[in-house]
Design a protein around this ligand. Sequence first.
Ligand code: ISL
Length: 552
Amino acid sequence: MSQAIQRKWWKEEVIYQIYPRSYKDSTGDGIGDIQGIISKLDYIKELGIDIIWLSPVYQSPNDDNGYDISDYYDIHPEFGTMADFDQLLNGVHDRGMRLIMDVVFNHSSDEHEWFEKSKQSTDNDYRDYYIWKKGVNGGPPNNWRSFFGGSAWEYDNTTDEYFLHLFTKKQPDLNWENPKVVKEVHDITRFWLDKGIDGFRMDVIPLISKRLDFADTDLEAFNDIVTHVYSNGPKVHEYINDMCEKVLKHYDIMTVGEGPGITKDTGLDYVGHDRGELSMIFHLDHMFLGHGPLGKFDPVPYGWPEVKQIFQDWYDAMGDSGWISIFLDNHDFPRMVSRFGNDTIYREQSAKMLAILIMTMRGTPCIYQGTELGMTNVQFDNISDYRDVETHNYHKEFISRGVSDADFLSRVHEHGRDNARTPIQWNSDINAGFSAGKPWIIANPNYKTIHAQECLDNKDSIFYFYKNLMDLRKQEKTLVYGEWQVIEQESQDLYVYRRWDDCDSFYILLNHSDHHHIYNLDLSEHNLILSNNSEHTDILIPWEGRIYKRIN
Ligand code: ISL
């Protein structure tokens, strides 16, 4: 075993993300809730999960489904009460699992009392909780664009000033330059940690420090603007360090920073073991593939070569000095079997192949709810069936640029966030068994055939394939800490790599195509220990994945 790399529980465990709104509704109001999650804890445990990441359940007007928080100390009534939350936390701990909370500290809701006070005058105690500026030449202070379309500044006529919102205008950015804001953030984190939670997923953490000259940007591509203008600001590490010193390091927890704009060149600044900042990050390089200059609804072609290059780059960048999470989807991106697999005739096969990939790379695997069932993207025919604010904002923007409705819908089908937000398909009953009432977003019509009950009744299902992989990763620490090296560089369709240390050696062979392939590699000293194909020949069938282990 390599001596250099640090061993940590959060490297060995697997994360499962719950987007509560879409998980399980216990009341019949059409919205998933905490009691619904509690009713599924045995299911999550059976899957083999160690850590649950809960997307926001705080008070919120839900402009961005909870990523706009109006009270960080309370639970939204549509999700339940604080007593429900405490019951959830106990239920998770009783089953030997952990719970991490999603915290959003770059911005709050405009309905947070801080903002409601802040906007009242230019000299109140809360004015500097947010970023207010005078307009320039009758327009906004600069040309920054919001992640969700349009200017990143909103005019407020009460004081004749603009406030900054990198996301929707109902998500004003907090001003971390103000020590009172920093203190509020520390108090909030302490409050939740003292309840006994096991860590945080920190939303858009590299965005918290602004470039205070607020200069116009001449960059064109939105992702470049994020990286060089919004992210990695001058004080970001000072702020994270301070939070770690004053709060986080006093608890045995993990932190994962969501990292738009964190690149392979800046990653270690956040997660280098010598830095004492975050445990790991979700870098988004592979998630942003296919996004053109205007973002996700301006798609450009991409493929596996780019995906593989990104894995290589990040492995090289981290070395033994830092750590990332490995994931292929979440609530902001399309379903992974639709995006990276084949969600029609090879749906099961490719979902399993992708599961092998996630579980055998170096990094903490993170599975998004429903991925264990092979849930797919959805294609609604009407824009009115979509719920995501990002989709609707860009719809208006693109229609005004002359893009047709049908064209825009096809872009939403490919990249829209609601692909991942349809209700979890529990069974083939009405509304996929998610709710007795009308769901807040329509269930994917394929729930009649793709659902948890079918998976649980079938030992060959994607669900049990994940479970087996997680068992394997628990037993074989080489798959966690071992070195990683790509063996097959040239093939368009194959991904072959090795994991090894002083004790063990594994080869992973993945066919990420609809084609059969012969692959010649001397594996005579290795045994095939796991595969998604029961026939083992020299030929890798479409979307086949295999794990070989050295005979010791
Ligand atoms: O999906 C994206 C936009 O097209 C991403 O760029 C996403 O906005 C970015 O990764 C930040 O996401 C996080 O913060 C947002 C929230 O809407 C997302 O759900 C959250 O994951 C604002 O809080």
